[in-house]
Design a binder for this molecule. Sequence first.
Ligand code: UD1
Ligand code: UDP
Length: 369
Amino acid sequence: MSIGANRTILCVIGTRPEAIKMAPVILSLRKKSFQVRVLATAQHRSLLDQVLDLFGIEPDIDLNIMKPNQSLASLTARLLLNVEEVLVSEKPDAVLVQGDTTTVMTVALACFYQHISVGHIEAGLRTWDIDNPFPEEANRVITGKLARWHFAPTEESRRNLLRDGIPDKNIFITGNTVIDTLLSLADQDLTLPINIDSNKRLVLITAHRRENFGEPLRSICQAIKTLSQNNPSVEFLYPIHPNPNVTETVNELLANRKNVHLCAPLDYTHFVATMKRSFLILTDSGGIQEEAPALGKPVLVLRNETERPEAIAQGVAKLVGHDYDRILSETQPLLDDESVYFAMKKGISPYGDGHAAERITKVLEEQLC
Ligand code: UD1
Ligand code: UDP
């Protein structure tokens, strides 16, 4: 019997980025003949289903937990009760979670109550500011306290875990699995989701973070509006996250502008095609901060703090926050000055080499044999 064949690993997925980043791990574990079970909490619904379909992953259990405009407390409470039931009936040998969402924190807590070992993928990201990003910094700190195996993407995230008192022997530097997924698609001939004049430059925008709701998001949208007026030969594309706190503001401030294209969230292959086609990316997303450098795209981060400082240190990403003037003063030179642009367009990948899932699988084979 091969290593791991009698061990059951429950892989949990709640939101779009968790699915994108867990998919290569599920596929890799299955090759090694672990008994892999997939639990979709479906904290996200349509966004999650797009990714699961793409990778042919069918959840064994689907909690279908999402409610429109869900509050953090109600989401947490519903998840905790439902996940406990699953753990009691599934009795897995280990549970894997990825990232810093409410699903991740709640599953780690439910496993702690049931004495089940948790492996945390993308462990050790920290801003050391509990309010930024909100609530993700708290989610990953709590998950870090409860997990048994910590799969850190970088040396910096390993150091953060050590600072948090995690023993070195429980930390494994693997790279980020998002690069595995990205590289599995990026070389393919992907079609663009919208028709954009091939002679025009494209600026891709996403923003969805809770700490940006309200005034910060309004200020981001006002800056995009001014940039689109000042640069009529540049096209701007904003796939809007379905959180109603985002859609309402973005539609109110950016609809019906000639060179601003608003659209529904793109499925992952279309989004990768769009990142590849873009000249520049403005985002508050975590995952896109990791993907953009790997594709050689300069990225301006619409946040005051980031738990992903590696790309900033290497000069391929810049933290610009949500201030209107700052967004303009950081974006315009990239559009006007080739030397500024090419200084940021280096094509390095600080977060991974495409083999993170294999490393995670190897650790689990050793730990669970
Ligand atoms: C969540 C995560 C965030 C992550 C983001 C990825 C938490 C607290 N937040 O934020 O860390 O960066 O996902 O995108 O875990 N909605 C839909 N359809 C969907 C998904 C969401 O309609 O497929 C709407 C619903 O109204 C839902 C709302 O968005 O209630 C918020 O979803 P939620 O998962 O609570 O928060 P996100 O802002 O998506
Ligand atoms: N993404 C996507 N379609 C979109 C926007 C983003 O497939 O319209 C992908 C993106 O490439 C990245 C992930 O979704 O892999 C990031 O998700 P999000 O920004 O929602 O969450 P975060 O990474 O901030 O937690």
